[in-house]
Design a binder for this molecule. Structure first.
Ligand SMILES: Cc1ncc(COP(=O)(O)O)c(C=O)c1O
Length: 391
């Protein structure tokens, strides 16, 4: 399944999945639109039904070279992975991964800083099917062992956490999971496999909302789950029986985004840090929550484990009221106001993390979440400066 093995990540994003039998003479694997796949005769039809691997024509829901090529490129980016399933959104990928692991009666350990719709999946859907969830402190590390019950089946991580950016001790949690025979899952959307090699750390299932940095242009919804050997068959079966598939047009655009991921991430990383460090020095700013900045809980783990940082982070104003945050965001000119992130453009959003916490008080008020895009950071800083001066 893997392609480009042995190369460095920036090379793999360029080369992965570009098999000549899929690209033809072109550089990119074209958009193959298909529902019906035609067989030359009934003997070939029978033969086709015998396989369940990407790369064998069967029926549109099982994909075409456009989806296979993109999935193979993602697998190649996560050394240790055996395959990748694609989903119509990041949220569908989270659900697909969890449903492939959990059965009625199971118990799940879910990080308290998880993306809110992931929490909703646990509370509003899994709970009704007899799967219980305990939320744990993102900074728990190896202490998670104390929360494991006889019926615990899996540990879900997201590092850094949504909205509050705590960095988790992934190796310590994986060590506990391995000792206890548990499956580990991580939402690796922020770092992408370029900046955090979760499969090499022993995580079983790596979820990426490709909607963000992989697509990179704010125009496609898509998710992926990349799997190690132990969880692959169940992941694939679950996606197939739930009818999960993505359009070839979306897979094409995502693959096109992937080819420039390394250069875009480097720029998001640099500009994000420039802006974060500038914010640290502003009197109107109480603290900056950026994993690469030492105020951020788990910063030492970030330094130990990550290859770089994304352009998404938060900060708190000295006046931590929702009104001040709204006034500040409304005064910005270069930042769009909207959900999502990971595109080429900068975004700003006031958020209230306490609304999606239950295990630990995260210890803050309104956060302003910034996504630093590919604009010149000097323009972004000038804009942030004029908005701060209006407070
Ligand atoms: C960390 C994280 N995971 C998953 C998702 C879900 O992705 P999608 O919007 O593609 O469903 C998001 C979306 O914002 C996210 O921020």
């Amino acid at each position: 399944m893997k392609d480009g093995g042995g190369t460095r990540p920036a090379t793999t994003v360029v080369q992965g999945g570009r098999r000549p039998e899929w690209t033809g003479a072109a550089v990119n694997t074209p958009v193959w639109r298909a529902s019906t796949i035609l067989y030359p005769d009934t003997a070939a039809l029978k033969e086709g039904l015998k396989t369940n691997a990407d790369g064998d024509w069967f029926y549109g829901r099982r994909g075409t070279p456009t989806q296979w090529s993109f999935a193979e490129a993602l697998t190649a980016l996560d050394p240790g992975a055996v395959g990748t399933m694609l989903y119509p959104s990041g949220a569908a990928a989270v659900a697909g991964a969890l449903l492939s692991v959990l059965h009625p009666g199971d118990h799940l350990l879910m990080v308290d800083s998880a993306y809110d719709p992931t929490r909703r999946l646990c509370d509003a859907y899994l709970a009704q099917r007899g799967i219980t969830t305990t939320y744990y402190d993102p900074l728990i590390g190896g202490g998670i062992d104390a929360l494991v019950r006889p019926e615990t089946r899996a540990i879900f991580m997201e590092s850094p956490g949504s909205l509050t950016f705590e960095v988790q001790d992934v190796p310590a949690i994986v060590a506990v999971a391995k000792a206890r025979g548990l499956t580990t899952l991580i939402d690796n959307t922020w770092a992408t496999p370029l900046y955090l090699s979760v499969m090499e750390m022993g995580v079983d299932l790596s979820i990426v909302a490709c909607t963000k940095y992989i697509v990179g242009h704010s125009d496609v919804m898509l998710g992926s789950v990349t799997s190690g050997a132990a969880t692959w068959d169940a992941l694939r079966l679950t996606a197939q029986v739930l009818g999960q598939c993505v359009s070839p047009d979306d897979a094409y655009l995502a693959a096109r985004g992937l080819r420039t991921l390394a250069v875009r991430m480097a720029k998001h990383c640099d500009s994000g840090l420039t802006v974060a460090h500038w914010l640290q020095d502003q009197p109107q700013v109480a603290r900056v929550l950026h994993p690469a900045v030492n105020d951020c809980p788990g910063h030492d783990l970030f330094v130990r484990d990550f290859e770089g940082s994304a352009g998404l982070f938060g900060f708190e104003l000295a006046d931590g009221s929702p009104e001040a945050a709204a006034k500040f965001v409304d005064a910005l000119h270069h930042f769009g106001i909207g959900y999502s992130w990971g595109g080429y453009e900068s975004l700003a959003l006031p958020v209230e993390p306490s609304r999606c916490r239950s295990a630990v008080d995260w210890g803050g008020g309104t956060i302003i979440r910034l996504h630093i895009g590919l604009e010149d950071p000097r323009d972004l800083i000038a804009d942030l400066s004029q908005a701060l001066s209006q407070l």
